[in-house]
Write a protein that binds this ligand. Structure first.
Ligand code: PMP
Length: 396
């Protein structure tokens, strides 16, 4: 009956995690998956989030509305757009609680494909693998725009601008407002100003995917591009995720924001979002939404949580610095400053596929084939081994 069903080879990142788990070598180190680990190699639960969980408790939770918890939706808009953003009082920001950042991308992609008359969208080259899958799954033809420059380990900004300048009206461009996944290479505020000006002139639709707010600069500066797009009154879609910054990986907490031209159109957009939710999964998970709401709406917990995220950010920065220090000492002829310039959990290391393979085979250190390293997987206990191994393979 199912013989004709096409075989699925598996997700490249998740398959690598499985290979790692089956690796018998006791000294193995995984830097492949995008999860924040603390200095003891454990997934921490921020104290602020733990307090919220205790307050909420284990009692029965009824269904949330299709669009999610009302208080959560209000607080998320404040976190992303800034609490005093004038647009918040204009009733034209649509917010839907979603199943993580992935769910927000899916809901936004399906809405755009159904209601706006174009089928083409572009992601950065490279991008998080699943962007392509999610948008193709919603019916889009997905292309890529120039982004990462392997020679400078920076952005091909001139080419990126030139490419955007060729795109027809209503084309969707997926952008990472902070902590670009997989490269760690971000645009500067000035570069954002330039790109968003092109987006405005060519009437493109910016879809900003922010899965790492708080891990780059701070909660406000990480949202710079989104807030600028709102100030420019662009037809913005923004997805966010609390998987990493609240350690809510498995609870599936995220949100989709849409900036509509006016309150009446916002109502229409929200209605179709609700309908789509109803037809797919009916309503989002209550527990994670309540936890995030509790943290975001309580002034003290909010400050505590943001401080805890900054501690994670700072630990990642220390690991970057240490990697830079060791590698620069070992290979003084090579410039490793990109490790400290990059932001967020990931780093494009500049390692080739063959070098990544060597790290895996000879040193039991797992990176993605692209050379992406999850800096948040480094700690005081493994960084020397990783830096030594990287220095060895960089030499070849
Ligand atoms: N966008 C980006 C850029 C991501 O890195 C991730 C998570 N890896 C997501 C979206 C999805 O977030 P979630 O895990 O909350 O679905």
């Amino acid at each position: 009956m199912y013989q004709h069903v096409q075989h699925y080879a598996g997700d490249p990142i998740l398959s690598l995690v499985e290979t790692f788990q089956n690796d018998p070598r006791p000294n193995k180190i995984s830097l492949a998956i995008g999860i924040y680990f603390d200095n003891n190699g454990k997934m921490p639960l921020p104290n602020s989030v733990l307090t919220a969980e205790k307050q909420i408790g284990f009692g029965v939770k009824s269904y949330l509305p299709m669009e999610g918890h009302a208080g959560f939706r209000t607080e998320v808009a404040k976190l992303i757009l800034g609490a005093d953003n004038p647009v918040l009082t204009e009733n034209r920001v649509v917010v839907v609680q979603t199943l993580g950042g992935s769910g927000a991308l899916k809901l936004g992609a399906e809405f755009i494909h159904r209601w706006l008359p174009q089928t083409k969208m572009y992601v950065s080259d490279p991008t998080w693998d699943n962007h392509r899958g999610i948008f193709e799954g919603a019916g889009f033809e997905v292309g890529s725009y120039p982004y990462y420059d392997a020679n400078t380990i920076g952005v091909r900004f001139t080419q990126m601008c030139a490419f955007f300048n060729t795109l027809p009206e209503n084309t969707v461009v997926l952008l990472h407002p902070c902590c670009h996944n997989p490269t760690g290479v971000d645009l500067s505020p000035e570069q954002w100003d330039t790109i968003l000006q092109i987006v405005a002139e060519r009437k493109l639709i910016p879809f900003m995917d922010m899965a790492y707010q708080g891990f780059g600069g701070d909660f406000d500066s990480d949202a710079y591009a989104i807030r600028k797009a709102v100030a420019m009154n662009l037809p913005l879609f923004a997805s966010c995720s609390f998987s990493k910054n609240m350690s809510q990986y498995g609870q599936r907490v995220g949100a989709l924001l849409v900036l509509a031209p006016n309150a009446a159109e916002a109502e229409l957009v929200l209605g179709q979002m609700k309908l789509n939710v109803r037809h797919i999964y009916s309503s989002p998970p209550a527990q994670g939404g309540l936890i995030a709401y509790y943290v975001l709406s309580n002034k003290e917990l909010l400050i505590q949580w943001q401080t805890e995220v900054y501690e994670m950010r700072d630990r990642i920065r220390q690991m970057r610095q240490k990697l830079y220090d060791v590698l620069s000492r070992r290979l003084p002829e090579k410039d490793f400053s990109y490790f400290i310039k990059q932001r967020g959990m990931f780093s494009y290391t500049g390692l080739t596929v063959a070098q990544v393979q060597r790290l895996r085979d000879e040193f039991a250190i797992y990176l993605l084939d692209s050379g992406r390293l999850c800096v948040a997987g480094l700690n005081d206990g493994n960084i020397d081994a990783v830096a030594d191994a990287m220095a060895a393979v960089f030499k070849t």
